[in-house]
Write a protein that binds this ligand. Structure first.
Ligand SMILES: Cc1cc2nc3c(=O)[nH]c(=O)nc-3n(C[C@H](O)[C@H](O)[C@H](O)COP(=O)(O)OP(=O)(O)OC[C@H]3O[C@@H](n4cnc5c(N)ncnc54)[C@H](O)[C@@H]3O)c2cc1C
Length: 435
């Protein structure tokens, strides 16, 4: 039996579900297909789900700031009940340390242009607000194997930038389930435990997909939102040759460490971006600190050829690198012997900025290359993708005349052409998880 829908979305992660919700609201009959058993079980499930505004470009900051308001307005935005309840936005704020490791002056300029609220803190204020932080500057980031890692800092930080309108989402998988329920309420369907194995084409137009059981589903629109499998799907559709920017899967470890004795980081901590030691960290339940890497040059980058098979075990070497860096910033940290945390894949583009675009195959679109930093933007990306798909299906030549997307909360206008697959590598990018 051949089934027919208006749009097949490959993937039911946070961005796939948001795209389906926004397309369904426009009247498209959508079907998300995911090979895993439920919504948000792919890389979304291990997301740190940090919501922060510091990005290296105007477009990056504007998109992230817009999305902060979706999370604040979550239940209202979804407009449905979910029997599992709603994910919660945790309003902890972001401390961006002023160091050579971040171009904080550029960030402040962009905050001023866009209207992001911030406070500049001197070291005295940083001490009052976060008494457990050391103010030493350890730049450039090093690995613990390097003797210089253990040298006393010769310099201090320049202070910090605090943005109150940032935090994290407590349960990224539940947020994705919420989006799935919202899409279903608009008529969207979801098919799980089912793998797309072929993208069917005819005369330069996508016509549907084939599933692993052999079943075919027809649709004039197919959207690749396959996360770290994005390049696999693009190869199935044979669209990579028409892309200037491509994607690859990168292995990433996140570690969990207990808060230092006498300080409740879960209650009183903030998300902190420490470009000085090249880590980011935030509060986590159980009075724990969750710490990830900002991808310094001294760390190996583990590119994964087959996203179905990679080392899911934490490694002692990366645990020590990230947790010892955290101990430089929080000297009272107690570092356990046994690593705790998780491993997953980023879907990284050549310039660490996403690709939200059409392709050279008519009807085939992609929301990929999220480079470890687009959970926060999922609802706004869903909106952007629905606007882009609707405009292209309506005949707009997006490559020549890029779709402009009006933001629902901030009223800013985003140029969807920023995310083009045809762009040159964007030299403004941080070329790291910071985007
Ligand atoms: C460790 C980690 C930490 C992160 N921290 C943050 C953060 O703090 N803040 C932030 O904003 N972002 C963060 N991110 C990034 C963010 O989580 C991702 O950008 C986002 O979750 C991607 O969502 P997605 O829907 O595109 O992909 P996914 O959630 O990976 O979903 C893709 C889905 O496609 C399915 N699929 C793939 N191939 C097929 C196929 N052939 N057939 C059927 N289904 C298929 C998969 O099963 C999967 O469920 C982090 C990512 C990781 C890995």
């Amino acid at each position: 039996m051949v089934k027919k829908v208006d749009a097949i979305v490959i993937g039911a992660g946070v961005i796939g579900c948001a795209t389906a919700f926004e397309l369904a609201k426009k009247g498209y009959k959508t079907l998300n297909v995911d090979k895993l058993p439920a919504a948000g079980f792919g890389s979304t499930s291990n997301s740190c789900a940090i919501v922060r505004a510091h990005y290296s470009t105007w477009d990056g900051v504007a998109m992230a700031y817009e999305n902060f308001f979706y999370w604040k307005d979550w239940e209202n935005y979804l407009g449905v009940k979910d029997e599992l309840g709603f994910s919660r936005y945790m309003d902890v704020g972001t401390i961006l340390l002023k160091t050579k490791g971040h171009d904080f002056r550029k960030v402040l300029r962009l905050y001023d242009e866009i209207g992001v609220l911030y406070e500049e803190w001197d070291l005295e204020t940083l001490r009052e607000r976060m008494p457990i932080y050391s103010h030493g500057s350890f730049y450039p980031p090093k690995r613990p194997e390097d003797d210089a890692f253990w040298e006393k800092p010769r310099d201090t930080l320049d202070g910090a930038v605090y943005t109150p309108e940032s935090g994290y989402v407590n349960d990224p998988q539940l947020a994705t389930h919420n989006l799935m329920r919202a899409a279903e309420a608009q008529g969207g369907e979801f098919l799980y435990n089912t793998e797309v194995v072929e993208i069917r084409r005819a005369d330069g137009q996508v016509v549907g997909v084939t599933l692993n059981g052999g079943e075919q589903i027809d649709a004039p629109i197919v959207v690749n939102v396959a996360g770290p499998h994005s390049f696999v799907i693009n190869r199935m559709a044979d669209v990579e040759a028409g892309m200037n920017i491509k994607t690859r899967a990168l292995r990433h470890e996140v570690h969990h460490v207990p808060s230092p004795e006498g300080f409740d980081f879960e209650q009183s901590g903030a998300h902190t971006s420490d470009g000085d030691t090249s880590i980011y960290f935030r509060p986590e339940t159980g009075n724990t600190i969750l710490v990830g890497s900002e991808d310094p040059e001294c760390d190996p980058r583990i590119w994964v050829e087959d996203p179905d098979h990679f080392n899911r075990e934490l490694t002692q070497a990366q645990w020590q690198a990230q947790v010892y860096r955290l101990a430089l910033r929080i000297p009272d940290l107690r570092v356990p012997n046994r690593p705790r945390g998780l491993v997953d894949l980023y879907d990284v583009s050549d310039d660490w900025l996403p690709i939200y675009d059409k392709s050279d195959l008519r009807g085939f679109y992609m929301a990929i290359g999220t480079s470890g930093n687009q959970f926060k933007n999922a609802p706004g990306v869903g909106h952007l993708m629905a606007e882009l798909i609707d405009a292209c299906e309506g005949g707009q030549d997006h490559d020549r005349d890029p779709v402009q997307v009006k933001c629902q909360y901030t009223g800013l206008t985003l140029n969807a052409g920023f995310y083009s697959r045809l762009r040159e590598i964007n030299p403004e990018s941080s070329f790291s998880v910071n985007g």
